[in-house]
Design a protein around this ligand. Sequence first.
Ligand code: T1G
Length: 697
Amino acid sequence: MTAHYEVRGPVAVITLDNPPVNGLGFATRAAVAAGVERAEADPAVTALVITGAGKAFSGGADIKEFGSPKALAEPNLLSLIALVEACSKPVVAAIHTVCMGGGLELALGCHYRVAQSGTKVALPEVKLGLLPGAGGTQRLPRALGVEPALNMIVSGEPVEAQMLAMVPGQRLFDKIVDADVLDAAVKFAEEVSEKRPCPKVRDLKARHPNAEAYLQFARNMVGGMSKNFPAPLRCLETVANAVNMKFDDGMRAEREGFMALMMTPESKALRHLFFAERVASKIADVPEDTPLRTVAKVGVIGAGTMGGGISMNFLNAGLPVTILETKQEALDRGVATIRKNYESQVKKGKLKEDKYAQRMALLSTTLNYADLKDCDLIIEAVFEEIGVKEAVFKQLDEVAKPGAILASNTSTLDVDKIASFTKRPQDVVGMHFFSPANVMKLLEVVRGKATAKDVLATVMAIGKKIKKTAVVSGVCDGFIGNRMIEQYSRQAGFLLDEGCTPQQVDKAVEKFGFAMGPFRMGDLAGNDIGWAIRKRRYVDKPGMKYSASSDRLCELGRFGQKTGAGWYDYQAGKRDAIPSPVVDELLKKHRESIGAKTRDISDEEIVHRLVFALVNEAAHLLEEGIAQRASDVDMVYLTGYGFPIWRGGPMCYADTVGLFNVVQAMKRFAKNPMDDGAFWTPAPLLARLVAEGKSFT
Ligand code: T1G
C-alpha cells in the first residue's frame, strides 16, 4: 500500500501508508499526487487533509530509494509539494508522532498544519551529509523564522511540535491538539474551506533586517563543525539564501546544493551507516519475532574495571545488579569506582543527584554465588585465563536458575570451550564489552555453536536497551575487532622496522581521522596486552611474522601510560605523549640487528597498509561466517576502534577507494621484503568482488 483516499463530508483525506515510517518513495508520491488531483477535480470536495498511517506522519524521503532512479522519478518530492501548494482548495497536514525530512517538507507545502502535541519534528538531512532538498531550507525559515529554522536544519535534531508553536510569530503550526489529530484537522479543513489558499512566500529580508549579523555569527560557529563534513556549512548558506534571494532562486540553489552533497563520500558514508546501524541488530537465522527471555535481574562476576563498567550499563537502564567478588576489599574498591564515576557525572551536570541515588539503590554486592540464583543474566568479567573461566562457569552451572543466560566478557578465549564447562551450553554466549565498558558503544555478541536463538535475540535486545551497538560475531581468536586489529598492529610494527617513528605513524593515522594512532593506543591500553598475545602466537602460530620492536619495548617494562613510559615518554600524572629518545635508540639498535633497509614512507602508504590490512582480514572473517555482513564490520570499527565516521568504516572506505585499487596496493605491499608478503594475498572474497566488479557495501 502507498496511500489511501477517502472523503469525510466535504473533506478529502489522503493517508500515506508505506510502513514502517511512510517513507516518501515513488509509489507513495504518485498515490498522493493522484489523490490531490482527484480531490481538486471533485466539486463535492472543498478541502483536503494529508496524514500518515501507523507510527509516523512520515520519516521523510524513502532513503532505501537513494541512488536508484526511483528517487528522482516524477513526481519527485519537489513536484509533489508544488502540486499540493498550487492546489486551488485548502490542504491541511494532520501531523503526528514523527514528521521528518521530506515529510516535514511535504507538510510545509500544505496551506495549514495541525499537529498532535508531542510530535517529533525535524529536518535531519544534515545527519546523512545532506541538506533538506525539497524546499525545507526556503519554507521553514519563512514559517518559523531564520534562527529557529537554522538551528533545526544545521543540528538535524528533533523538536516537539508544541515547543515550535511557541516561537513568536511562527506560522509553522496553525493548531496543536491533544485529541485525535485527524478529526481536528478535518474539522479545521471545513472551517477554512471558504478561504482561498495561497502559498505563503514572504520576503524574509523585511522581517529579519539583522539576519546577516546572525548568519555571520552562525558561520563562525558552524565553520568549526564542518572540518570533515561539508553539509552543515552548505545548509547554512542555503538557509541564508532564503533571506537574500527570491524564493525561486533560493529553491534552485537548494537543489544544486542537495545534488552536490548527495555525491560526496561523506554523505555516502553517513547514509551507509544509517542502515548499517539498523541492520546490525538482525541475525540471518533468528526470526525478528523470536520470543525473548525475561531479564529483570543481572549478576556480574568481577568488580574490576570491566565488571564495574559493565554493571553501570545495567544500572543506567534501571536494571538491578548484583556484583560478586572473591574478596570484600575487591567489592569495596569496585563499588567505590562506580560511585566515583557517577559523582563525576553529577559534578559535570550530566547526571541528576536523584538519578544517581536511584542507580546506586539498584546495586547490591555479594561474596556468595548462591546470591546469584535469581539472576536472569549473569556476565563474568574475571581474569582472561581459561582455567579461571572454567571455575566460574562450573559454579554458575550449579547455582544459576534454569534459563538464566550465562555470558562471558572474554575478549579472545573460545566461547565454545567456555560453554563446555556447563551442562547448559545453549544458555552460554559471549558479551564482549570494550573498555571503558560504561562508555564504549560497541558490544560484540559472540555466538557459540550451541547458543540458543532466543538467547541471541534476548542479548541483542538487551544490547539495545543498554544503548550499545550490538554486533554478532562467530567464535574465533579475537572475534571481529581484535582479530582485525592484530593485522593492523603487525603492519604498524613493520613500518617501524622500515624507518618510521611511532609519532609519524600515529600522526598519519590521526590525520586520516582515527581518534588515536596505534602507538598512542598501545600506550593507553597497555603494551603488555599485545605482548601476552604475541607470546601465545609464537607458540600457536610460529609462522606468523611480527616486528620484534614491540617485544624489545616491553622487555624494558615500557607498557605505556600505566608505567609512565611506552612508545612515548609521559610526565608524572600527565597523558601527553612525548616522543622518546629511548625509543628512538631502541628502534635504531633493533633495525641494525635485523639489517633493516630503511626508507621514507608516505602518509598514504602508512594509512593504506594499516587500513587495507583491516579490510583483507575482514574479507576472511566474512568468508568464514564470523562476521555476518561488511556493514557489521564497519559498525565494529566505528563504535569500538575510533574509525572516522565520515569515511563510513574500513569496508565502506575500501569501496570508496575502489576494491580494484585496494588489491593493486596490496600487490605492491606484497613485494616488500620487510613486510609479510603472504598476508597480502587478497582474501578469495575480495578477489571475487574485484573480478565481478562488485563492492563490499
Ligand atoms: N526511509 C526509509 N526507511 C526508513 C526511513 C526513511 N526515511 N527512516 C527510517 N526507516 C526505516 C529504518 O531503516 C528501519 O527499517 C525502520 O524504518 C525503523 O527505523 C528531500 C532527501 C523515523 C525517527 O533522516 O530518524 O527526506 O530496519 O529503527 O527508532 O529533504 O528512523 O525496520 O527495516 O530508526 O522508531 C530524512 C531517518 C530522509 C529520518 C524512526 N529522514 N529516520 O525511528 O525506528 S532524507 C531521516 C529516523 C530526506 C528530503 C531528504 C528514524 C525515525 P527496518 P528506526 P525508530
